[in-house]
Design a protein around this ligand. Sequence first.
Ligand code: 6PG
Length: 413
Amino acid sequence: MGYNLALNMNDHGFSVAGYDKSKDKVATFGKKANKREIESFSQLQDFIDSLEKPRTVILLVPAGLIVDEVIAELKPLLTDGDLILDFGNSHFIDTTMRMEQLSKNKIHFMGIGVSGGEAGARNGPSIMPGGAQKDYQQIAHMLDAIAAKVDNEPCVTWLGIGAAGHYVKMVHNGIEYGLMQLIAEAYHLLKVMGNLNNKKIHEIFSKWNDGRLHSFLIGITADIFTQEDSLTGTDLIDIIKDNAEQNGTGAWTSEEAMALQMPVPVIDMAVAIRDISAQEEDRIISDKMLKGPGLDPDINSYDNLVSDLEQALYFAFITTYAQGMALISRASQKYEFKIKPEEVVKIWRGGCIIRASILESIRTCYKDNQDLKNPMLDEKLVSELTKTQNGVREIIKRAVECGIPVPAFMASL
Ligand code: 6PG
């Protein structure tokens, strides 16, 4: 992501220098940056010397202790007024602490969430900055230039003080977990209850992606069903191990929601099911011990499966975004971040993993009522939920009858 962001910045006319401890990585970066105004270094002092003062240093390292180690190396080389931007998925409490510690040395620090993966970093991510507004003003023109654009609006804005940016990114990831779990449940139902092959499931997801469910995650899900495994020639989806890892950001969201007493049940359930997915050995044993009702094609035939599932996904997507947004509003009040929820939704419309058409409707709720604490208290959104609740209720009933687990759909209801 680091060098993709550097290339993106350089495309927009900014001169950039890169640093990595690994000489190999520096060499690869040098080749990628061929003929561009980009320098790369494997000696930290050389890198720092190459920067104009006041310096802006962007960190792209894994969250946790490594961030502190890199900051400790940088600290003696930086001076008053220099600015460090942490573009990683750092925990917001760590960001608050780092900000306070660095301010003692007059070094400015901002926690900035970035979403969109490597492709987003190269072509336009969604960027979630938090920290002092004065610091943001120094870098706003650069972030505006490199961010994704929707209707000519850049998917970046100053979100609030302190660790507001990393808080919003954490909840973004929590929502991402929730949507992915719902998609996985929809796939399970189409495959087992609908007995549909991958080609047909691809067509269903593609059609959904042309409608009100249009989103990055539904779109890439549609694509996965046509992906062939180059080694075996079989459909890739059928040989992917049913065992998911996680970087912790979903669990942090759940922990925070519990602490602030602002429930996010779809996200909680998504985290729990990922945990179960990782317990492969126990799952295999329990699969032999615990028998559900099983599927009886005569009794369980279900003509409206696809249309009910579309309604159910729409319903559950709205509740998942709403749960995340309600948590952000509660946190902004508690930590005095000064986050404007409408701005959050605005910058999630492009570049990030949870970008979706639904966000336009949620943005409208906040436009109509800046003080809205929870999108599920907006009349227009409630009417969307009312219209689609039948789908989610029907899906849950049928799934229960056949012994197919739909915990995230249940949590959304
Ligand atoms: C993004 C993503 C990115 C990544 C998650 C993956 O916004 O670009 O959220 O940060 O997808 O960190 O997290 P898990 O490995 O825990 O799913």
